[in-house]
Design a protein around this ligand. Structure first.
Ligand SMILES: [Zn+2]
Length: 478
């Protein structure tokens, strides 16, 4: 994923209209395709504007998304777009953007009495960009206007219900046999509230599974700060994990940039007195996941949604070495593979190289290419793939441990969204195709014959009366 300075945004020039999703040309060559990194969260589940700003998205785009969400969730605008199962039309986006523009230009826009100079500049920049649009459909998808429209489309999507978002995900990639969307638990970290409880988020994810039996199995989010509170209430934080695993969840997502390291938080001045409790809770989680073969996905790219400028570095893959030394059978996906831009810019010092070293040392370390835009940018693709190839020459096992993952719906803001799967399979030629498409993911997820997750899911399907899904590989199948 790129950082999002405006100059970079302006380079994204591909079509952002709603085109038909291209299909994978030779489905049998890939085996079952698994999207091991995707999301179903909506505007109620996280502080969206703060989340975007933390990722380096220009302030005026974060402001746009925030205003659209505020407008749409209070029911005043464009309810039709939210209900509609298709993507919002050009006209719909036009109407929403017009309303945002009117609000921002009006005096009522300056609601925040102490609007900083920076915020005022962001607002002015957005008003100017919107005014320059003069009707999306006529101006076309390129340049700033294309970027604004894609953010508007994403913002409208975030105001939809989780079921609707799940339907959109299933429809976006019909060739994907299994999605493992990651829940987000950020309630304890940003000075902003979330719109529904974590328990409600879990409940709607459970409902989403029923939309396409066997095709969606979520990852539960695990936050050591929430665990600390649960423990203080004399409850076991792992009870929530056990319960989720019995209901079709297949893994755990952790997000160190929120403000904690995978281990060694004790005595960290940033953690303060909470550090010891986080270490204890994380250690309990890792021991449980290792014993029960529960895969963990960890955000591993800077920028991420860091709760403070320093916390982005907590995603450093080297932080996992100590954990893996103790729990060498832990199944770990270092999501985003350390970041494509980082690999291109820093070569052998990049996080991707450090991940390669972990893959060499430990048997169950994986990485996904979620939101790797450089694969789709002709100028950057060769640099990225060249970087992957150098790691593969040093650590051949990396070819078997890289997994397809889109980071959908975060990539709805990118012009390459609909081609993500097809292009990823086309370009990732340095790694073994079937492993990359889904074989490595089924291995990581413990869903191959003999895997404990597979046994848990078999029981789950029996309870639900569901048939075994298309990705279910029988023993002896090549
Ligand atoms: Zn993600």
């Amino acid at each position: 994923m790129r950082r999002w300075p405006l100059a970079a945004c302006l380079l994204l020039t591909a079509c952002c209209g709603v085109a038909e999703t291209p299909r994978v040309p030779d489905p049998k060559d890939n085996g079952p395709i698994v999207d091991v990194h995707c999301h179903l969260f909506n505007a109620k589940d996280l502080p969206v504007a703060g989340f975007l700003r933390a990722q380096g998205v220009p302030g005026f785009l974060a402001l746009l998304v925030d205003r659209i969400i505020q407008g749409q969730t209070d029911g005043t605008r464009s309810a039709a777009a939210v209900k509609d199962r298709t993507q919002p039309s050009d006209e719909e986006i036009d109407r929403v953007l017009e309303a945002v523009q009117v609000e921002l230009e009006g005096e009522s826009a300056v609601r925040v009495e102490a609007e900083t100079r920076e915020q005022a500049a962001e607002r002015a920049e957005l008003v100017e960009a919107l005014a320059g649009g003069q009707g999306v459909a006529r101006v076309g998808p390129r340049g700033t206007w294309g970027v604004i429209r894609r953010h508007a489309r994403w913002a409208i999507l975030l105001t939809a219900g989780t079921q609707e978002i799940a339907r959109r995900m299933l429809g976006a990639y019909p060739d994907v046999a299994l999605f493992t969307p990651c829940l987000m638990d950020m309630e304890h970290w940003f000075n902003d509230s979330v719109g529904r409880s974590f328990e409600d988020q879990i409940a709607v994810a459970e409902q989403a599974m029923t939309l396409a039996p066997g095709r969606i199995h979520p990852f539960l989010a695990y936050d050591p700060e929430r665990a600390r509170w649960v423990r203080a209430a004399k409850l076991d934080p792992l009870d929530l994990v056990r319960k989720a695993l019995s209901k079709g969840f297949v893994g755990i997502k952790v997000y160190p940039p929120l403000g904690y390291r995978p281990t060694r938080n004790t005595n960290d001045p940033m953690a303060g007195p909470r550090g010891k409790a986080w270490d204890d809770e994380l250690e309990a989680l890792f021991a449980f996941c290792e014993a029960e073969e529960v895969p963990i996905g960890a955000h591993c790219e800077d920028p991420g949604a860091a709760s403070s400028p320093a916390a982005g570095k907590y995603a450093d893959p080297r932080g996992w070495d100590t954990v893996l030394a103790k729990h060498c059978k832990l199944r770990l996906n270092l999501m985003h593979f350390g970041g494509d831009t980082d690999l291109i810019e820093r070569g052998a010092s990049s996080w991707a190289w450090h991940i390669g070293q972990l893959v060499q040392k430990y048997p169950h370390v994986y990485a996904d290419i979620g939101a790797h835009e450089s694969l789709f940018d002709e100028c950057q693709r060769a640099d990225f793939l060249g970087g992957v190839e150098k790691i593969r020459q040093a650590v051949p096992a990396i070819g078997d441990h890289l997994m397809y993952g889109s980071d959908w719906h975060m990539i709805v803001r990118h012009p390459t969204e609909q081609r993500f799967l097809v292009d990823a399979l086309e370009h990732m030629r340095h790694v073994e195709r079937r492993r990359f498409a889904g074989g490595a993911a089924l291995d990581y997820l413990g869903l191959l014959p003999g895997g404990k997750n597979r046994a848990r899911l078999r029981t789950f399907y029996e309870t639900k009366g569901w048939r075994l899904p298309s990705w279910w590989v029988e023993p002896g199948t090549p």
